[in-house]
Design a protein around this ligand. Structure first.
Ligand code: G3P
Ligand code: CA
Length: 277
């Protein structure tokens, strides 16, 4: 056998081995994950229009531990629960949240794009969300694009300060400076730093810096690995992973040993796991 042919056969054998090992390790796991937090991403947004009362109610029904929501500021400085900075994708309106008043935003229909049964679903304020749900479930509040909304951190703190027990609240953002500000204003609230897929390689030094004030460092499940999760744990931090539609989320989350998952489905992880077996 020539050298080139021998090399080709060796590479082929290694590739086959990888496939087999990967396949076996996926199918070997038979024990459902325990004690893993379930976070309903934008509410149980696989079943109801994202970031609306209907999606949050469904998240509670599915026994999520936390409801995740996104917040922006309206033209009249009200905290608005919505993912995008424009209303176009999820409502029957058009334009930026920051150019509309709360009264204008309340006239929009945030449900019918998702399905006829959700017609007349209104946009929520953060105050309404917290008032209605915080006595039932934890809340993960994501501050979106804080540079577009000077003072948004103080507004969030103003809402939360009405509550004595903030142990069920997590504030998260991709913006580390905004989170540092929240931490200085409200040190008792847990902070979660969201890591962009492009920044997923994270050094031990960064992890040390982040875990100095943040309880969680959260990753998209497709852009992290066990080494990174272990690194955060070694520094006393916790990890939530998110994925919108990745059916392998539970398997990966268990393999990496994370503390919880953020998912559109938001069933308890052990139930999601069993349902997808
Ligand atoms: O909780 C993580 C996730 O919400 C971050 O991404 O775009 O869905 O807000 P996005
Ligand atoms: Ca979010």
């Amino acid at each position: 056998m020539g050298k080139e042919r021998a090399l080709f056969v060796a590479l082929l054998a290694i590739a086959c081995l990888f496939v087999l090992v990967g396949y076996n390790s996926q199918t070997k796991i038979r024990v459902a994950p325990k004690e893993m937090l379930s976070v309903a991403h934008r509410g149980a947004s696989a079943y109801a229009p994202e970031n609306t009362r209907a999606a949050f109610r469904k998240g509670v029904d599915l026994q999520a531990d936390y409801l995740e929501c996104d917040v922006h500021l309206s033209k009249d400085d009200e905290l608005i629960v919505m993912h995008d900075d424009k209303v176009d994708r999820t409502t029957d309106g058009k334009g930026y949240i920051r150019n509309m008043t709360l009264a204008e935003l309340k006239t929009l229909d945030a449900g019918k794009q998702f399905g006829e049964e959700f017609v007349n679903e209104q946009i929520l304020t953060l105050q309404e969300l917290v008032d209605e749900f915080y006595n039932e479930v934890g809340l993960v509040i994501e501050i979106k694009n804080p540079n577009d909304y000077p003072g948004i951190e103080e507004k969030v703190v103003q809402v939360l300060n009405q509550y004595d027990d903030l142990s069920g609240i997590i504030i998260q953002s991709f913006d580390v400076q905004s989170l540092k500000k929240i931490h200085s204003l409200l040190p008792e609230v847990e902070i979660a730093i969201l890591i962009r897929p492009t920044d997923s390689f994270i050094t031990a030094q960064k992890v040390e810096e982040y875990t100095d004030f943040a309880a969680y460092i959260n990753f998209n499940v497709s852009f992290t690995n066990k080494r990174t999760v272990d690194l955060v744990h070694e520094h006393g931090g916790k990890v939530l992973v998110w994925s919108k539609k990745d059916r392998r989320l539970i398997w990966k989350a268990q393999k990496y040993g994370v503390d919880g998952i953020i998912s559109d489905f938001s069933e308890k992880p052990e139930e999601m796991y069993l349902a997808k077996e």
